[in-house]
Design a protein around this ligand. Structure first.
Ligand code: NDP
Length: 415
């Protein structure tokens, strides 16, 4: 028996001494994911939270100790610095690193995971700080490095990307023989009472919304002017909301991984006030990311704007209303055409009561924990770099029901 375990350990080069989860970043999403990891401490064994500003880690640590009665460790880290990350990972010796810093840190954290032989999970694809563009190219290019190191990277384990990919994979495996059309519908009907604020990191949010729209059809990308396509969609339990076509990162992987697909699009709701403010800020140059000289100092207008706007992590207590994020999927089953809507609804105040964060952080932080859990406990296996829809969706859907993100599937009439 002992020899068998040693042989297995050598075969898969499993380092049995690695234990626990290291979470990097201490913003709104991290608060939720860290709290949820603490609520699943039987799986994660121990938790270390590290970020640029130690005091933010300490605040989350203290709330978790008070509310979940779980003790977590905290560390300071600059996640742009690979040697510092390597040193931290070696010191903590975790089984998995969950990256909840910003998309700018994806590559450095992935490199540190390869160097230390530790599995990696994130929620957003890499963005270059100086170019307002996001794509999987650089992360997918690390495929061989991850394989050689005998570890895996799970990319995009938030809600969108994340659960939306899981919904598509679930539909592909259980509801359809082939899927032809997918519309991802993201509605935040929450009200925080401010004239203008973003629900997650302002810089990332505004870069995404002010970019050109793009969708995939019959093997080609079709580009639109920013917010040029609007539909009025009836969201279950919320009602009709104006929804705008955006480019969103999961389109890039889903058009490859859902076989037979003819079109995939992404829509997000925005109120008139949000759009008027955003356009005005854009017109005066406040969304620019190139540095400008101001009184002898170089500043990035977008970074300065982010400093002025409310911290998304502070919106929790004042946000009321619901989110509804889901996928409308159409295709063929047993030779017949069908259309379904798979979605989750969250209530901002319920999320706040449980985790001290609003629903946008909640709907990202819970899937980040679930994806990490399935990697950590060995349910999702493999070596290399994976998008979430490449794994079996069923255990993730099962976890969602128990971890605060219950989902529904309803049949929709065909057009
Ligand atoms: P926040 O801005 O609230 O938090 C980001 C955290 O990362 C902060 O604590 C910040 O530190 C820390 N950080 C930034 N740079 C570094 C660095 N160089 N080294 C160490 N720590 C650093 O963002 P959110 O919590 O709103 O978002 C977290 C991630 O989740 C983002 O990548 C975002 O794109 C993603 N996301 C994904 C969604 C999805 O559905 N897939 C939806 C929403 C968000 P400091 O406190 O010092 O600034």
């Amino acid at each position: 028996m002992v020899l068998a375990i040693i042989a297995l350990r050598n075969k898969w080069r499993i380092d049995m001494s690695k234990k626990g989860i290291l979470i990097i970043g201490a913003g709104g999403v991290s608060r939720v994911a860290t709290t949820k990891c603490a609520m699943n401490i039987d799986t994660f064994e121990n938790i270390t939270l590290a970020s640029r500003t130690l005091i933010k880690c300490e605040a989350i640590r203290d709330d978790i100790k008070k509310r979940q009665k779980v003790q977590i460790a905290v560390r300071q880290i600059d996640a742009d610095n690979v040697p510092a990350l390597v040193e931290l990972i070696k010191e903590v010796n975790p089984k998995l690193v969950l990256n909840l810093a910003l998309p700018y840190q994806d590559l450095t954290i992935m490199d540190a995971c390869v160097e230390t032989g530790v599995d990696y999970v994130d929620t957003a694809n890499y963005e270059h700080p100086d170019i307002a563009k996001f794509e999987y190219k650089e992360q997918w290019a690390k495929q061989e490095d991850f394989k050689k190191a005998n570890i895996k990277a799970l990319l995009g384990s938030g809600f969108d990307p994340g659960v939306t990919g899981v919904f598509c994979a679930y539909a592909q495996a259980n509801l359809f023989d082939s899927i032809e059309y997918i519309d991802i519908m993201d509605c935040n009907a929450g009200d925080h009472g401010y004239a203008f604020a973003t629900n997650f990191n302002p810089e990332i949010n505004l870069r995404e919304v002010s970019a050109k729209g793009r969708y995939w059809q019959e093997g080609k990308w079709i580009e639109t002017e920013p917010l040029a396509i609007r539909i009025d969609h009836d969201y279950p339990e919320i009602g009709v909301k104006p929804s705008y076509l955006l480019y969103h990162e999961e389109l890039e992987s889903l058009c490859k991984n859902i076989k037979g697909l003819k079109r995939i699009r992404f829509f997000m709701t925005f109120g008139d006030s949000y759009i008027t403010h955003m356009k005005c800020l854009e017109n005066v140059g406040m969304l620019g990311i190139k540095e400008v000289e101001h009184k002898g100092m170089m500043i990035s207008p977008m970074e300065f704007l982010a400093t002025l706007l409310p911290d998304p992590a502070s919106l929790g207590p004042r946000t009321v209303g619901k989110t509804n994020i889901g996928c409308i999927i159409e295709g063929l089953k047993d030779g017949k055409r069908k259309k379904v809507y798979i979605y989750n609804i969250c209530d901002h105040q319920e999320c706040y009561k449980e985790t001290l964060a609003q629903a946008v952080s909640y709907t990202t932080g819970v899937p980040a924990m679930i994806g990490s859990k399935l990697i950590y406990n060995g349910t999702w296996k493999g070596q290399g770099v994976f998008n979430i829809e490449e794994f079996d969706a069923n255990p993730f859907m099962e976890e969602m029901m128990h971890q605060g993100l219950p989902w529904k599937v309803i049949d929709l009439p065909l057009d």
